[in-house]
Design a protein around this ligand. Structure first.
Ligand SMILES: [Zn+2]
Length: 298
């Protein structure tokens, strides 16, 4: 996330003025980073002095409705938005308006410039069945993907997350998000998560408040928990030896949800932490506590 967010300010003449000639200025103001790395999520803060209950954020062809809350007397809405690691664009544009308002003239626009981080290649050796899965596992793998897609496509119009996210285990990073992976000499898709060191049995803690969305054993991911943090934000915890939660259960930031293990496609025990924002895999690291100067607390 950029440390120098550009402030986009625009005063929009309100409906009152148009309807009955009463001078009323309805302002909508955005804080958006000027530059975001491909593969990162970024925080958008919108402030409004309208009575709107919700704002509509339009990003990459999708509209996300976000409730307006009072923060120090200012009506504010926050949203995390993703930049896919393989985004082809050089610049993406965000527009924010009042939810349900079709008039484009009343929306505020901001441009976000994209850049790339260094994405090194990582060579790993795993059991052969995880590089070229046997034919009789294909149906299970397809079903795993369908289940995960169904979970992360849900949008809860309520925010449970706060930034920074809690580090789920104390261990350091063993593999970064976005590394190009070569398994047993064969190139595979980039690493869509962050690997954190941890001995088998180390307790894993929820990165933020949320509701347990999935607890399952998946072919590649092993024992896996997905947490819905609201407003399109999910975290996932993979390769666990044991899970301590049930779907539908509410968890608080820091609650133990399971233990580090080595289930699924792994070279040894560790925690693979995934983060999905509006359906897109993003790097959790810039949003975790102790990552230097990269987060702002909503
Ligand atoms: Zn991983």
């Amino acid at each position: 996330m950029s440390r120098n967010p550009s402030r986009v300010f625009m005063v929009v003449c309100g409906l009152l003025l148009a309807l009955c000639g009463v001078p009323a200025a309805a302002a909508l103001e955005l804080d958006v980073p000027a530059r975001v790395a491909r593969g990162d999520a970024f925080l958008v803060t919108a402030r409004t002095d309208t009575a709107a209950d919700a704002l509509a954020f339009r990003w990459r062809g999708k509209t996300h409705t976000v409730p307006v809350m009072l923060l120090d007397g200012v009506r504010t809405a926050w949203l995390l938005l993703p930049v896919p690691v393989d985004a082809k664009e050089q610049t993406l544009s965000l527009s924010v308006g009042l939810a349900g308002d079709k008039k484009v003239s009343r929306t505020v626009q901001a441009a976000v410039a994209l850049y790339d981080r260094e994405r090194p290649v990582q060579r790993l050796t795993v059991e052969r069945k995880y590089v070229n899965p046997p034919a009789n596992e294909q149906a299970r793998i397809a079903e795993d993907r369908r289940k995960v897609r169904a979970v992360i496509s849900r949008y809860t119009p309520e925010r449970y997350w706060t930034l920074p996210l809690l580090r789920p285990v104390p261990g350091g990073v063993s593999s970064l998000f976005g590394m190009k992976r070569v398994f047993n000499g064969q190139p595979r898709s980039v690493h869509r998560g962050l690997d954190l060191r941890g001995a088998a049995g180390t307790p894993i803690r929820a990165a933020a408040d949320g509701v347990i969305a999935l607890v399952d054993n998946l072919y590649f991911s092993g024992n896996t928990v997905y947490i819905n943090h609201g407003l399109g934000v999910f975290t996932a915890y993979l390769h666990m030896s044991a899970t301590d939660v049930q779907p539908g259960q509410t968890v608080r930031r820091g609650d133990v949800i399971g233990k580090v293990g080595a289930t699924g496609r792994v070279t040894g025990p560790h925690l693979h932490l995934s983060m999905l924002v509006q359906g897109v895999s993003v790097d959790p690291l810039p949003l975790l506590e102790q990552a230097s100067g990269t987060t702002r607390q909503p």
